[in-house]
Design a protein around this ligand. Structure first.
Ligand code: ATP
Length: 234
């Protein structure tokens, strides 16, 4: 790998994990994956960043206030996971690069590790100022045991991978940014799309999604009648 990209620059402190998403609603797929990455890489914490206005997809179904409330109810089960609501507070599209620039300004030498699934990683070249992202944070690309990361490495990502990937997780602590590390974790076959569709489908919806979200989140969804009567919910 090319050391000009991951040269030691006086990194300070344990790496901070970052997971963006819509969390519409938060579920055990997000929570267990974030927790598994935190443990595997000994991260100080993983911050979850609910998007205000996600650039690459339709607007969330639940309001920002509801999505934040559900995250607050979910997190006590997972010490080490923390919510950061800055993308909701910020006006405009929730571009990851802006969030990383803010975090970098707050802690210039702190290692930052942006956690991405393989699909998100494969789409990275479509993100706003994607190359700047590579210099603001490390990337942790989360793969499943059966997933071929090589399939995602087309076009400009192939070059980026060759230049920046590291096999030693210690590199994520010895530099503040710039490396790409692939981490295999157990798959969690849960998606927010499935949960929204099940809840919209009818009265058995709550039973269909029990066990996919923390009980306090399910109770909140029920109490506030979220994701109901929306056959168009995607
Ligand atoms: P939707 O179905 O609405 O697309 P989602 O749960 O897949 O929702 P987000 O809430 O945007 O998507 O996900 C936030 C982050 O969590 C993304 O990086 C996504 O890849 C990751 N993620 C979502 N579901 C899982 C899961 N089951 N296991 C591991 N990571 C997940």
């Amino acid at each position: 790998m090319a050391d000009d990209h991951v040269a030691a620059r006086g990194a300070k402190g344990r790496a901070l994990g970052l997971l963006g998403g819509t969390f519409d609603p938060v579920h055990y797929g997000h929570l267990r994956a974030a927790d598994a990455v935190r443990r595997a890489l000994h991260l100080a914490e993983v911050r979850l960043f609910p998007a205000g206005d996600p650039p690459h997809r339709a607007a969330p179904v639940a309001t920002a206030a509801h999505r934040l409330a559900m995250l607050a109810l979910a997190l006590p089960e997972f010490p080490g996971l923390v919510v950061d609501a800055r993308e909701i507070a910020r006006a405009g599209k929730s571009y990851t690069v802006l969030t990383l620039e803010e975090l970098r300004a707050e802690a210039p030498s702190r290692p930052l590790a942006l956690i991405l699934g393989v699909d998100a990683f494969a789409g990275l070249p479509t993100w706003h100022r994607w190359q700047a992202i590579l210099d603001l944070a490390h990337l942790v690309v989360v793969t499943r045991p059966d997933a071929a990361l090589a399939d995602a490495l087309a076009g400009p990502l192939a070059e980026v991978w060759v230049a920046r990937h590291v096999d030693d997780a210690a590199r994520l602590e010895s530099q503040p940014a710039g490396a790409i590390y692939a981490l295999t974790i157990a798959p969690q076959p849960i998606s927010a799309t499935f949960i929204r569709r099940a809840l919209a489908a009818g009265t058995d919806g709550l039973d269909a999604v029990r066990g996919m979200v923390p009980p306090a989140v399910l109770a909140y969804i029920d109490r506030n009648q979220l994701y109901r009567s929306r056959p168009d919910a995607t």
